[in-house]
Design a protein around this ligand. Sequence first.
Ligand SMILES: Nc1nc2c(ncn2[C@@H]2O[C@H](COP(=O)(O)OP(=O)(O)O)[C@@H](O)[C@H]2O)c(=O)[nH]1
Ligand SMILES: [Mg+2]
Length: 431
Amino acid sequence: MFENLSDRLQSAMHKIKGYGKITEDNISEMTREIRLALLEADVNYQVIKEFISSVKEKALGEEVQKSLKPAEMFVKIVKDELVDLLGKEKSDIYLTGNPTTLMLVGLQGSGKTTTIAKLGNLLRKKYHKKPLFVACDIYRPAAIDQLKQLGKELDIPVFSIDDNPVNIAIKAMDFAKENKYDYVLIDTAGRLHIDDNLMQELEDIEKAINVNEILLVIDSMMGQDAINVINGFNSKLNLTGAILTKLDGDTKGGVALSVRHLTNVPIKFVGTSEKLDGLEEFFPERMATRILGMGDIMSIVEKAESVIDQDEALNAAKKLNKGNFDLEDFLNQLNQIKKMGPLENIIKLLPGVPKELKNAQIDPKQMAHVEAIIKSMTFMERKDPSILKASRKIRIAKGSGRSVEEVNRLLKQFEQMKVMMKQFKNKNFKF
Ligand SMILES: Nc1nc2c(ncn2[C@@H]2O[C@H](COP(=O)(O)OP(=O)(O)O)[C@@H](O)[C@H]2O)c(=O)[nH]1
Ligand SMILES: [Mg+2]
């Protein structure tokens, strides 16, 4: 995410740490580098100008000059300004309607339909809502099919009837109330450009029913044009927020960093993959720390919480503590980690990880091999690997399609891990 911007800002921040004290000269040098980084990231010119002047003013302030750690102070100023630029506080989604109604709008291909599905998934999982999808993009039959397909995958019903979008929305609301759905998500039609007919249709839906949120979906690859699109939609509809999609692609970051400042529409969610769990709530603070390479532990913790079975994790921790963690437990833990998605995505969020490692592709096959080896063991062998003698190892190697060396390596690593855990324990680490 925003790799180039991130690299450039981080190398600028790194440089300043080499300076003993902060002078006007090196502030100028730093801000020049930051300015270039933002320009390259396609951040709006006006936004850059204000950002830089604000950083400069604060850096020249007395507090920094007198500080014992001026470099840290400078980094903090940049971070705080970034947080401000991204919207300062998290902007929550409306949850307390009865039912709550949300409409997604945006250009064609921006990701509305996919995001409806992701939102339904998230609202149900995190906020225990009972969502209903409404198909108001009636012009392309494929669009309705796409929503139905996604609804089927998630087991979330799709309200779809043969009528005009306004009537569909009205009848969907009645249906939701009768059937006690507490979150209505309306998928709307898009066009390639802002178009009067479409705007009129969206306005008519807004007037006909009580909509709590109108969220504009924007493709983050779009570049500066996105600002015109947002202003166009915002002038006709009461937008309550924006969702930036495709942040997993090689978007430079300009839109994300310019939107809030130029339009005052808060970013509420970001799309981070094509999959149905690829939607995150947007936290300005976390995004800023991520961009500056300070890591984003909170996002890892949250991701872990959403996919990891708490009881199982606790159980494993207890076993580790007692020293009787076996290969069966190890296999369970591997499966839990797998649920968090590709490992390289998690590593990217860790603070202070060197760039080479961040960009390393972790071969999922490696994990699959470990899994295959453990699965080729009998239950007794997993519980007590010490019974594994040569003949058993040969059998396991054959069964898993791996070599005996690999089996040995895994066993050795597992023993080392146990020793390490014991050391933690002796140091009174609490799990
Ligand atoms: N990589 C990635 N692809 C996305 C994301 N959101 C949507 N897409 C893809 O963008 C394309 C258009 O999405 P769709 O929901 O049909 O857009 P709509 O025309 O606005 O309804 C589809 O291929 C989606 O899979 C995202 O966050 N990341
Ligand atoms: Mg669509």
